[in-house]
Design a protein around this ligand. Structure first.
Ligand code: TXA
Ligand code: MG
Length: 343
């Protein structure tokens, strides 16, 4: 399959690209599109055959449901059979933005989208390209992250090209994603709202609007495969580069000491600003250790970069799991296949 690369970083060229992307989607094709979180691989959410192409292109397990992207909050009613007050409150507070709500689905949402669950994840993204393409294709778009299943999520068009060239109809280049980690996923189907995946909208942000929010055990630990309430995607080794990643928790001094003691061929470090100079192995800095937004934005690109540099073993310094740090921690423990050492 030939994959078109459609530039959309400048408004003037973007017009043609947006029209072409919408044309492909209306015709049942699949297109990688930028969102504020990560790039998504989109198909019309109401077209089963188109959605099946997403699973094939990504090599995604069939039991992992997709998020449906909408352009207006009013589209919630078309997809969800019960929209509780809490959903409208969250929409008013955080949409457009990096928040996905899990609600009871209507029948029009094909089973392949929800992976057979009775629920559907819905999000209104805050990216002009994604929103324009939803509007123009006149359909909600199902879109998982546009990476090969298991790989780090793509945060620029080149990442999508690396993973999906020849496997999708088009990739729209809208530049780098400003958030860098996938949306927060919160389930509103139980008695108490439940955080299934942490993101840039933090649990503290959600609690300010909703009151108490439960933290699913899969957020900080390995998902229990028997627990249907968890986001199914959380149970897989995920976000992982080719290199083996080991996560280290502890202060800068202990981190540098551990890494230097384990230096050797193929060993590299993923660290915070200022630590590069103290480390013997080659190191990539994610930014100031207090600056979670920057760390989140750079995280997936850095994991891919370490592979390009030929890393075999990566020691990663992990931020504490508070605020947006919880999203970073959640992605890193999966990249490390739960190999975490407290120093
Ligand atoms: O920021 C994002 O959310 C990006 C962009 C493209 O919008 N999308 C994304 O999709 O990260 P994906 O498929 O890579 O991750 C979706 C996550 C998975 O962990 C999946 O299991 C969970 O959301 N999920 C989707 N629908 C669900 C449902 N009905 N119930 C529980 N979890 C659900
Ligand atoms: Mg994904």
């Amino acid at each position: 399959m030939h994959t078109q690369i459609l530039p959309a970083t400048q408004a003037a060229i973007g017009e043609t690209s947006l029209a072409e992307a919408a044309r492909i989607l209306k015709g049942g094709g699949i297109v990688a599109l930028p969102t504020e979180t990560v790039y998504g691989l989109a198909a019309s959410a109401l077209d089963e055959r188109a959605v099946a192409k997403i699973f094939a292109a990504k090599g995604r397990p069939q039991d992992n449901p997709l998020i449906v992207h909408i352009a207006q909050p009013s589209m919630l009613d078309a997809l969800a059979r019960e929209v509780p007050k809490s959903a409208w409150q969250l929409a008013a507070a955080f949409w457009p933005g990096p928040l996905t709500m899990v609600l009871k689905k209507k029948q029009c949402v094909p089973d392949i989208v929800s992976a057979g669950l009775d629920t559907v994840g819905i999000r209104l993204p805050d990216h002009p390209v994604m929103r324009a393409v939803i509007e123009r294709s006149q359909t909600p778009l199902a879109a998982p992250s546009a990476n090969r299943s298991g790989a780090p999520s793509p945060t620029c068009a080149n990442d999508c090209i690396e993973d999906l060239s020849g496997r999708v109809d088009a990739i729209v280049d809208g530049g780098a994603c400003p958030v860098g980690v996938e949306s927060t996923v919160v389930s509103l189907v139980g008695d108490t709202p439940r955080l299934l995946r942490p993101g840039a909208v933090t649990i503290e942000d959600l609690e300010r609007v909703l009151g108490p929010v439960e933290l699913d055990s899969a957020v900080t630990g390995e998902a229990d495969p028997c627990n249907e309430a968890s986001a199914p995607g959380m149970k897989y080794r995920h976000y992982a580069p080719e290199a083996t990643v080991r996560l280290l928790l502890g202060d800068s001094e202990k981190f540098c000491k551990y890494v230097n003691e384990h230096a050797g061929p193929g060993v590299m470090a993923l660290c915070f600003m200022g630590e590069e100079q103290k480390l013997l192995p080659p190191a990539l800095s994610l930014g100031d250790e207090q600056d979670f937004d920057t760390i989140a934005r750079r995280l997936f690109g850095a994991l891919r970069e370490l592979d390009r540099k030929g890393a075999k073993t990566v020691y990663a310094h992990c931020p504490p799991p508070t605020g947006v740090g919880l999203a970073i921690y959640n992605r890193l423990i999966r990249a490390a296949a739960f190999d975490v050492i407290t120093l």
